[in-house]
Design a protein around this ligand. Sequence first.
Ligand SMILES: [Zn+2]
Length: 274
Amino acid sequence: MSTNRKMRNLCRIAFMLAACTALTFMTSCKKEEVRDQGATIPDEVINRLQVIGLGTDDIQVDPEGGYLVEGCLHMTEEQIFEQFTDLTVDGGTELEQYRTYNLVSVPGSTRTIRVRGSTNLSTKMSNALNTAIARYNSEGLKLVFQRVTSGSYDILVRRNGTSTGASAGFPTSGGNPYNTVNLGSGLNNIQENTVARVIMHEMGHCIGFRHTDWFNRSLSCGTGGSEGADPYGAVNIPGTPTGNDASSVMRACFSNGQAPTWSNYDRTALNYLY
Ligand SMILES: [Zn+2]
């Protein structure tokens, strides 16, 4: 079993624990009550679940409201359609993983990037930051991310603003990562796993990743067009597909419930660049 698959399964288990506790045996003991055989699943719900990367083979209507997705992930309609957009102002271009012109330089065999969490991070944000750093480091890249609690840093992750979104920037012309990730306090209202995914995404910008759907934000956001390739650049990364990568962490918009898991092509892109 691949690490990716394992991680996905672990996340599913975590979801199941959280969701099933709330549902009080709905799935394990009284499954027939959950399955409303007469109810049909609206196409827009199925389409939306596909967009946010969740399975659509096993969707059940919860008679008390919402749906049971992938067997045991309870989601209200609001959660399914909820979106929070990345606020990074960046350009954006085609159907592959993309990088900016500037990248982080790696003078030796590895380069340590010190990531400091601001003291104003919530516990959820702080935990999510640890998860995000671990996801990068588990790839064995030339960039090694190290969390520091004081002193100088390369990237500061801080709570800033009230939105349910986040922002960052791109590497400098001198080969340094962008030095700030802003997390809106609205992120405290979503799952910690998804906050971790958001931080992975913003750190991705800091080291030179564009949105994989920069050429058409509506692929993940439902609305919006191209972010434009320049001035930052949107350079295709070899080995990534010429199609929409629905699982990429670097899509422009997220939904609550999405896991902190790289897509296979995210991995290809990370390992190609670093
Ligand atoms: Zn972004």
